[in-house]
Design a protein. Structure first.
Length: 405
């Protein structure tokens, strides 16, 4: 796992890599119900306590996993499992994409030679030495963490925990005055996300409440790799770390193909993912977790299109066929395919359809579609979509039963 923060730090477990970046400011967080006139804890202390707890739990529950540390401020320091002298990466090297990845992959074996059951003491000691200083070399530290993660098994995780803007080296987001700079930075994080997805590594992002971290720029990292994006209170970090670590990747390189009846077509999907006259959808998922949910929307084709199809009459249909093909690579490297074929009863009565609808699926889809529009900058469309689904579900007998249950 990798946790990296400011000073900046990252811990890595090869069978489930986590990375976090945290820019810690000189501010303080009061623990719940405490007397503010007597005691306080800084954000750094909150983060140190959260990571310390996770290290202890990993050492006790998964002692054979390997955990390393990467700290960064103006520079990036690869500490690893604490058994060898740290390696500092600085200057122009923070702008060299290929070298950051290649060098960290070469260093992985030396810097992660022992499991966390043996190195917990080393890591806790390094954790206690971390101080608040410098700027935020998030991009370079992320590449170093990924380079080491790629030497591990599929299913590794990187967690980025930040309360500030990346402003040193590759991926800096503090100066995006021109469209060229903005697009180049967006392309950097998308490229890193695509690379992590291809290697079976998930990336999650934790940002602190009240801080502007430009999550819209970092979001491709999580979107492409089945990671999470959370905005949390510092005193809840331990809980949120635990939740992310519990979401294990169960398969990589996942691709879903869905085939519809020829009288139907997909909607609200990227045109590049649809073929065969709107009846075939190919969705690249990448990494998949046990809790992950994928939804899609379809509808009947237009009247003009249906009239051209002399061999079908949807008004006479009693059932509609659906087929889904899921291809993936298991964590042991085996390439697998699962085929699911099903027929669905249909009705021409609106009230019956609303009563029998699966509102859990509809709710998840509404959230996912609304979030997608918002991320694309279509805020009006997102608001309209949320209102549409809320209005459609509200008052439906099936929805009321779903809410009660």
């Amino acid at each position: 796992y990798f946790f990296f923060f400011k000073q900046k730090t990252a811990y890595e477990v090869l069978s489930g890599l986590v990375g976090s970046e945290m820019c810690i400011r000189d501010s303080y967080q009061f623990t719940e119900k405490e007397n503010r006139n007597q005691t306080y804890v800084s954000r750094m202390q909150c983060l140190q306590a959260a990571i310390e707890k996770q290290l202890i739990e990993l050492a006790n529950g998964a002692p054979k996993r390997k955990v390393g540390v990467v700290t960064f401020n103006n520079d990036v320091t690869l500490i690893g499992d604490g058994t060898v002298p740290p390696k500092v990466i600085t200057g122009d090297k923070l702008m060299n994409y290929a070298n950051l990845l290649e060098d960290s992959q070469k260093d992985a074996d030396a810097y992660l030679s022992k499991p966390v059951g043996e190195t917990k003491g080393n890591l806790l000691a390094r954790l206690g030495e971390i101080e608040e200083s410098g700027q935020t070399a998030l991009g370079p530290a992320l590449l170093v963490s990924l380079g080491v993660a790629f030497k591990g098994t599929p299913g590794s995780k990187v967690i980025i925990c930040t309360d500030g803007l990346a402003n040193v080296g590759l991926g800096a987001v503090d100066d995006l005055a021109t469209e060229v700079k903005f697009n180049a930075t967006k392309e950097f994080y998308t490229k890193v996300g695509e690379l992590a997805k291809s290697k079976g590594v998930s990336i999650s992002i934790i940002s602190l409440v009240g801080e502007d971290c430009m999550l819209e720029m970092l979001s491709p990292l999580a979107d492409l790799t089945a990671g999470d994006i959370l905005k949390v209170d510092p005193t809840n970090l331990s809980h949120d770390f635990a939740n992310i670590l519990s979401e294990a990747v169960i398969a990589t390189n996942v691709e879903v193909r869905v085939k519809l009846h020829k009288g139907l077509t997909f909607r609200n999907e990227d045109a590049k993912n649809i073929s065969e006259d709107g009846t075939l959808l190919i969705r690249t998922i990448g990494n998949a977790t046990d809790e992950q949910e994928v939804t899609l929307e379809y509808c009947a084709k237009s009247s003009a299109e249906l009239q051209k199809m002399e061999d079908i009459n949807l008004s006479q249909q009693k059932v509609l066929p659906f087929q889904t093909q899921i291809s993936y690579v298991s964590l042991d490297g085996m390439k697998c395919v699962r085929l699911i074929t099903k027929t669905q009863d249909i009705t021409h009565e609106k009230e019956e359809a609303k009563k029998e609808a699966n509102y859990q699926v509809i709710s998840v889809n509404a959230v996912q579609q609304t979030a997608k529009m918002a991320k694309e900058g279509n805020y009006r469309g997102a608001q309209a979509n949320a209102y549409h689904w809320k209005r459609m579900m509200k008052g439906s007998e099936g929805y009321e039963d779903y809410m009660v249950n």
